[in-house]
Design a protein around this ligand. Sequence first.
Ligand code: GLA
Length: 348
Amino acid sequence: MRVHVPGRVNLIGEHIDYHNLAVLPMAIQRRICIDFTTIRDAVVRGYSEEYGRVEVALQGDLKPDAPGAWSNYIKAAVQAVRARWKLTQGIEAKVTSDLPPAAGLSSSSALLTGFTIALLQANGIEPTVEELMEVLPDGEQFVGTRGGGMDHAAVLASEANCSLLVGFAPLSLRSVPIPDTWGFIVAHSMKTAEKSGGAKEQFNSRRVAGQSGFEKIHAGSKLSDEEERAVRHVQSEGQRVTEAVCALQRNDKVAFGALLCESHRSLRDDLRVSCTELDELVDVAMKNNALGARLTGAGFGGCAIVFCEKDDRERMAQALVDGFYVKRSGFVKERHLIFAEPSAGALR
Ligand code: GLA
């Protein structure tokens, strides 16, 4: 049997899903693929050419391995499944992928989601998006970050040629078609953002700052500078998502692009989750007449999303090479510059 799970790129709505504000990601054509067979033993045996073999028991204690170890994603899947279902059958699974890891494209959520679906299917269970959304975001916390549900919703429920407006508490999913002439390039900053590694504490601290900021507003007490900036980002970004959906629906590229740029400024100056590489990348894109550009995903490295006319993508990619990548070693076009096509999620 086989499960495909795409990566995702977030168009707009960054660092607000965990405050239950709506976000607008889309699934992309790059994906992980899990080929698996059902086995009698109550274990998951995973194999990947890149990361080797791991074995995780379905029962018993689930202690995390070293940060970044890929067994943690399988353990997270086992935990997610156990939160709701009873399993008897294990799987033997081989993972292949053309989705670059630690790039802000949700390779980790894709892996967790893929193993979760594979395990359920092996046990004769066909889960719904809603059921999976109840267990996956918590499962992810097993690997260390405390993100929201955006990534899982996007990789599960996106439809081809559409972005997905994801609302939380209660969960709502609405496909918003992307006009055919709109083009998106996902450009890697060449700085890896390992959410289960170095960026983990930074990520979690932004979440805490926003949360305590909102609690203080509620209680009428004074916010620290950090809390104030986090709250300002969250509130303005929430508003930008609403405006971006309207811009998308009336095919207004200029307005949509401007919102992406404002989002980047807010993430850079208020929430402070950007880095020099991402700022430079966005700068190069805008100097070369992109319609908009911003960091996408958690930040601290990873990717920027560049918005331009679909027909203009080759020129734009070349401008990014000349203005950004040429100065850096290790650039591989097919890994670091992806023309993102709005694609279907794992359950579509
Ligand atoms: C990570 C998390 C998401 C979201 C983004 C920031 O990708 O997994 O839930 O919080 O960061 O928007």
